[in-house]
Design a protein around this ligand. Structure first.
Ligand SMILES: Nc1ncnc2c1ncn2[C@@H]1O[C@H](COP(=O)(O)OP(=O)(O)O)[C@@H](O)[C@H]1O
Ligand SMILES: O=P(O)(O)OC[C@H](O)CO
Length: 493
């Protein structure tokens, strides 16, 4: 009997597939790294074919490892890096350009111009977002304006735009379905949070023909069926959701006031705000947590562009570690106050600063600065950025009893203790770092009728370890002050 759920997480750093049994116990995992391409400073791209192939390879490997066939899979769930934008031909499926990744800053000037023309408040009101190159709309406009013949083809309704969820759905169904889910749509700057539809005024403002856009569906829905040539038989695709929203669900943050932070390539803190759109006075964004049976649940989000990506920089550019986990032993050698200060604005700064043109800097280097100090500075920079977000939430009147944490970086215990120390916030790590895949799989299970409602996720979620602050608040304040001074220096440069 087919009762397994195959869940895909197409992340910025890697693609992963986990097969779960009916009780959402992971049976097997397959993972493949994906490359980031940096054609110019501030530009970040990925090869669409590599994204697809990595997902397909992981699906095939996972099925083989679990000794299962396509007929054993009751449904597929997809979760994904959000905002990353692709454009492809409706007839041939051929992409017109690389995927422009969420971290890409090439449209910073366009965003600034739109802000200077006075569009910011209206855009914020409609979308809950900000005018920042992070979101998809200006990336799509760039593609239409810079790829030869793209604008004409778009005007002739020959093209499809999609975020990664939508592109994977298109590939899995061999071009039969062009759709997205409401959470991914909510990251494009083209989706109206209040009407829950593509917004005609925003389409006109960004000059986007509506023929480019797919149908927007709830997060648990009949999205389509895999082409039989791929796995031998058609498997239903029953869930799609952005990775941070999926992690919120996977962390069982299903009631208003519950929050999680995910430390993957970037770091994204998200607070469930229930059926209301919460408007931050502190530069945090409002977004959709999920939409089920046409009923939206909203969230407040703080987005940091560089978290695990800094660790990858240590590995790939500086060559001072062989693998991400090496940072733990190195950082242990350095007391917090002796660490250099790294401001990791490699692709500008996200919340709460929203400075797309800020540039990275290291302060306090001495002749003694070595691998250990840089590793500690890298991990601590993520802690300081997290404190920025938690302080912004606090200034918005939101106090958290406990913050649930997950993502690749939470395998690092030194980092988690430093995070609790710097933020002075108790943290709870759950039984798996892979909460996004779990959240997506849960939605497929909901659609399959394995679960009755969202509260069932509470039976799946298990606490693992709690981290409490061990340094006094005054010491944390003084370390954080140094960070704030550093940020002020680079912003005013
Ligand atoms: N033990 C570790 N210590 C520090 N960083 C880590 C560790 N393990 C993984 N990472 C970082 O976590 C990121 C991968 O996390 P993941 O949740 O898989 O990201 P994504 O979903 O963006 O692909 C990488 O950037 C990697 O550098
Ligand atoms: O690749 P991740 O897991 O850091 O997630 C990327 C985010 O979805 C970007 O908004």
């Amino acid at each position: 009997m087919s009762e397994y759920i195959l869940a895909i997480d197409q992340g910025t750093t890697s693609s992963r597939v986990i097969i779960y049994n009916r009780q959402l116990k992971a049976i097997t995992i397959a993972q493949q790294e994906v490359e980031l391409i940096y054609p110019q400073p501030g530009w970040v791209e990925q090869n669409p074919e590599q994204l697809w192939q990595s997902v397909y390879n992981c699906m095939v490997t996972a099925l083989k490892q679990a000794q299962l066939n396509a007929t054993d899979i009751a449904a597929i769930a997809i979760t994904n890096q959000r905002e990353t934008s692709l454009l492809w031909h409706k007839c041939t499926g051929k992409t017109l350009y690389n995927a422009i990744v969420w971290q890409d800053r090439r449209t910073a000037q366009t965003c600034l111009q739109l802000e200077q023309q006075g569009h910011l408040t209206d855009i914020q009101q409609r979308t809950g977002l900000r005018l920042d190159p992070y979101f998809s709309a200006t990336k799509l406009a760039w593609l239409l304006d810079n790829i030869p013949d793209a604008r004409v083809a778009a005007d002739n309704a020959e093209l499809c735009f999609g975020t990664v969820d939508s592109y994977l759905l298109w590939r899995l169904t061999a071009g039969k379905v062009h759709a997205t889910d409401a959470t991914n749509a909510s990251r494009t700057l083209l989706f109206n949070l209040h009407t829950q539809e593509w917004d005609p005024k925003l389409l006109s403002l960004f000059d986007i023909p509506d023929s480019l856009l797919g149908e927007i569906k709830d997060n648990a829905a009949e999205f389509g069926y895999t082409d039989t040539n791929l796995f031998g038989s058609a498997i239903p695709i029953f869930a799609m959701i952005g990775d941070q929203q999926a992690a919120l669900l996977g962390q069982a943050c299903i009631t208003p006031g519950m929050a999680k932070s995910t430390y993957g390539t970037g770091c994204f803190s998200m607070l469930n705000t229930g059926s209301k759109v919460f408007i931050s006075q502190q530069q945090l964004i409002s977004t959709l947590a999920w939409r089920l049976n046409a009923k939206p649940t909203y969230a407040l989000e703080g987005s940091i562009f560089m978290a695990g990506a800094i660790v990858q920089w240590l590995r790939d550019k500086l060559g001072i570690i062989q693998q991400a986990a090496d940072t733990e032993a190195l950082a242990q050698q350095v007391p917090y106050q002796q660490s250099e200060l790294l401001i990791p604005a490699f692709t500008g700064l996200g919340a709460p600063y929203w400075q797309p043109n800020a540039q990275a800097a290291i302060f306090g280097m001495t002749r003694n600065t070595g691998k250990a100090e840089l590793a500690a500075a890298a991990l601590l920079s993520v802690c300081y950025q997290s404190r920025d977000l938690l302080q912004a939430m606090a200034a918005d009147g939101i106090a958290l009893d406990i913050l649930r944490v997950d993502g690749g970086m939470t395998e690092n215990s030194w980092f988690l203790q430093a995070l609790a120390d710097i933020t002075q916030q108790p943290l709870q790590r759950c039984h798996t770092a892979e909460t996004s895949v779990l959240g997506a799989a849960f939605l497929a299970g909901l659609q399959l009728g394995y679960f009755t409602d969202l509260s069932d996720i509470q039976q799946v979620w298990q606490a693992n370890q709690q981290y409490n602050p061990k340094i006094p608040p005054l010491q944390a304040d003084s370390l954080y002050q140094r960070w704030q001074d550093g940020v002020t220096a680079i912003i005013n440069k």
